[in-house]
Design a protein around this ligand. Structure first.
Ligand SMILES: [Fe+2]
Length: 388
């Protein structure tokens, strides 16, 4: 119980407006936050979607057609230039707040653009030298996918121009002042992406729950997130217009990200290099590594997954620890397979020759430092080989 003696901060500070049609409240809510000339930050792909059309209609209907602006240059993995361009547009147009709409990349870029507004010559690599990030422009986050949970996160992952490496900018001031979770905005997401992004959220819940940091509130949120995903993700994939399933997935994705304030684990360290080196979608990469990662963890520390399994609907109250683990892992494997997420890495273009660089990046990745058991370079090799 010594962990209880540590002084810890528990915080869940993001107001979230949830429900089908919640977007309609954006003008009034934005106005209340001081947004008169917002900059909308998104990616080029989203501009042609119904979700973006709904945003245009909402902002237009408020009679402010000429008082909001769009930056739509965000890359799938946002780069420094995206953030600088959005920041420059913000200043040129005299904007007073940011509305980011889209997946995790658009939300991360929108979050970070406010830093450049405050410090136009900001060197991202020296982000942590700055002691005062107060007074950033207000930020509203509107996710159109249910996975990353970036909308409730206080970090932004940006690829640096000078080194090509990803910088994680982390500061409580980066948090959104308002999150709008409107399931109507996610109905256009194809089944394949719905499954992959949902698997990201599932991985957040499972990895944060088993992360050995004392945070019972996050643990409860993670387990309820698992329950919601197991129930709603198959429905959202089967029928994209099922607003109930879409809504539950949006909430579960936000819950997964709230839960991973605790941190994540080995699966995310396996997944990150698969995206940066091999171009795999982040959710898909997690999905393909999740079962192997879970097996790895319980082989060294049995008894991790009983409550995860119970959240999946399994009757595991009285069975031995190892059986509870095995049944849970078996359930997750079948669940992912039913969503078409049981393919091998090589089917997505990953080559054995890339193993060394994958392992090197995975070892450098911070997520496994908080895994429930230590992970060595040899462990990473075995894990990649298992799923290759
Ligand atoms: Fe993730």
């Amino acid at each position: 119980m010594t962990k209880l003696l540590n002084v810890t901060t528990f915080s869940f500070p993001t107001p979230a407006l949830f429900g089908a049609g919640a977007l309609a409240e954006l003008p009034a809510r934005g106005h209340r936050l001081g947004l008169r000339r917002p900059l909308v930050v998104t990616d080029a792909g989203l501009v042609s979607t119904d979700a973006f059309g709904a945003l245009v209609k909402t902002l237009g209907e408020a009679g402010r057609e000429r008082d909001w602006f769009v930056y739509s240059g965000v890359h799938p993995n946002p780069v420094e230039q995206d953030v600088r361009e959005a920041g420059a547009m913000f200043r040129e147009r005299g904007c007073d707040g940011v509305i980011a709409i889209g997946g995790g990349s658009a939300l991360d870029a929108g979050k970070a653009a406010r830093l450049v507004v405050k410090r136009p010559v900001l060197d991202f690599a020296k982000f942590y030298d700055e002691s005062d990030w107060s007074g950033l422009a207000p930020f509203i986050a509107i996710p159109t996918t249910a996975g990353t949970g970036s909308e409730v996160g206080r970090s932004s992952v940006i690829t640096l121009a000078a080194t090509g490496r990803k910088a994680v900018l982390f500061h409580p001031e980066l948090l959104a002042k308002l999150v709008i979770l409107d399931p109507e905005l996610t109905v256009g997401l194809p089944a394949r992406l719905t499954a992959a992004t949902g698997a990201d959220a599932l991985t957040h819940c499972i990895e944060s729950y088993t992360c050995p940091v004392f945070h019972p509130m996050c643990d409860g949120i993670a387990l309820e997130g698992v329950r919601l995903i197991v129930e709603a993700l198959p429905r959202a994939c089967r029928s994209g217009t099922d607003l109930d399933a879409r809504g539950r997935m949006l909430i579960a994705a936000a819950m997964g990200a709230v839960a991973f304030q605790k941190d994540l684990g080995v699966v995310h360290s396996l997944a990150h290099p698969l995206s940066t080196i091999c171009g795999l979608h982040h959710g898909l990469a997690n999905a393909l590594c999740l079962v192997a990662g879970m097996k790895f963890c319980v082989a060294r520390k049995p008894g991790l997954y009983r409550r995860v399994g119970i959240s999946c609907g399994l009757d595991l109250m009285r069975c031995p620890e190892t059986e509870a683990d095995q049944q849970t892992i078996g359930f997750i494997a079948r669940f992912l397979a039913a969503l078409g997420l049981n393919t091998r890495l090589r089917e997505h273009g990953v080559k054995a020759e890339q193993l060394d660089s994958l392992i090197a990046q995975a070892v450098d990745d911070p997520c496994h430092k908080t895994n429930v058991v230590p992970v060595s370079p040899d462990d990473f090799r075995s894990l990649y080989l298992e799923v290759l």
